[in-house]
Design a binder for this molecule. Structure first.
Ligand SMILES: NC(=O)c1ccc[n+]([C@@H]2O[C@H](COP(=O)([O-])OP(=O)(O)OC[C@H]3O[C@@H](n4cnc5c(N)ncnc54)[C@H](O)[C@@H]3O)[C@@H](O)[C@H]2O)c1
Length: 341
């Protein structure tokens, strides 16, 4: 395989939050990310580090064209829908996009002789934890269609590995958070449901308040505890997984988290300290299906990939999110004024 081909990587969902950070890290590591994204949720401004093909992973002809034109050495697959609540009210949409879309991608990989994939899985595949921290051997019993769609893909990857020799890394992320360290890209979901951007936006006056769902959990301050992993650390784990597969490594299923948990109130406090302002809060009842605590047992990724998250301080994670929201809000406001002029 020539070197240029070895370095081209097809990134589905590369215009999204985690995908765009992975593209930047790939490019820094000497790879050329080739993004395929239908822009249903992603942003063209976030694709800065390689070719962009606007398209859908269900489109077999488009995928064949991309494989023929770029001959990527592997695929990193972020493209999916990821709103848990919507997956409950409209499961068909989730199984169609996440499961059928992935099968379409895997078939295109087989047709075009590309047998390596890094896949965005999630801690939602574990369901309600029986034991925290959660190790990779914890039973996977997802409690919503989003989690089930990701679990189904993990099972499909296993079957494709056994039958067709596919090599894969299924990376089970905990809560991705923060923004690019240079402030070039960051989190911009519409609608936004993730805690850190919501708290940051409330601190900046971009939303009136942030809801705290449940203050009666069996946790030290009564609010839910999550494991926040900086998006740049996540991106680095993708490059290490890719290098592992390209070097002929075995398929792996790995948690990506820090192993540390932070409560909702701790996150709010960190944002208040970083922003120097009080965050308006509205107390609300628990949401169905929100476990009290989700924290990763993160040793396996350290052992198998030599990956160690670097940005684990919650104040630092929040600072990068705040910096991004500030500059991004200003740019968006300028763009609106330009359009109105
Ligand atoms: N953000 C998190 O905390 C988190 C946690 C666990 C797992 N994940 C998974 O990581 C991945 C990326 O998450 P994100 O937060 O960056 O989401 P995102 O919505 O920002 O990115 C997903 C991208 O995929 C694109 N896309 C969706 N369906 C597509 C299709 N059929 N064809 C082409 N493009 C399509 C969207 O336009 C978007 O740009 C998702 O698979 C998600 O399930 C995210």
């Amino acid at each position: 395989m020539n070197d240029a081909k070895q370095r081209r990587i097809l990134v589905t969902g590369g215009a999204g939050y985690i995908g765009s950070h992975a593209c930047k890290t790939l490019s820094r590591a000497g790879f050329t990310p080739v993004t395929v994204d239908n822009l249903v949720y992603g942003h063209q401004w976030a694709v800065k580090w390689g070719p962009f093909i606007k398209g859908d992973i269900h489109d077999s002809r488009l995928l064949d064209r991309v494989f023929r034109s770029y001959s990527p050495a592997a695929v990193i697959h972020f493209a999916a829908f990821a709103y848990v609540g919507e997956s409950v009210s409209d499961p068909g949409k989730y199984y169609q996009n996440n499961v059928a879309g992935t099968i379409s991608l895997l078939d295109a990989m087989r047709r075009n002789g590309c047998p390596k994939i890094v896949f965005s899985s999630t801690c939602a595949t574990y369901g309600n934890p029986r034991k925290v921290p959660i190790s990779e051997d914890h039973p996977q019993q997802p409690i919503n269609p989003y989690g089930r769609s990701k679990f189904m893909i993990e099972q499909i990857l296993k079957d494709f590995h056994a039958a067709y020799g596919l090599r894969y890394a299924a990376l089970r992320y905990f809560n991705a958070a923060g923004g690019d360290l240079d402030g070039e890209i960051g989190e911009d979901h519409e609608p936004e449901t993730h805690l850190i951007p919501l708290v940051v936006q409330a601190a900046l006056g971009l939303r009136p308040f942030v809801d705290v769902f449940g203050s009666d959990y069996p946790t030290p301050d009564g609010t839910a505890v999550r494991d926040y992993i900086h998006v740049t650390d996540l991106a680095e784990a993708h490059v290490l997984s890719l290098q592992h597969l390209l070097a002929g490594g075995e398929s792996v299923c790995l948690n990506l988290g820090t192993g540390k948990g932070h409560s909702v109130r701790e996150v709010i406090r960190a944002v208040e300290e970083e922003a120097g302002t009080k965050v308006p809060v509205r107390e609300a009842p628990r949401r169905a299906g929100d476990p009290p605590m989700l924290v990763a047992e993160a040793a396996r990724a350290a052992e198998q990939l030599h990956w160690k998250p670097r940005f684990t301080d919650i104040r630092y994670i929040v600072r990068t999110a705040l910096q991004w929201q500030r500059s991004h809000a200003m740019l968006m406001e300028e763009a609106t004024l330009e359009r109105q002029a």
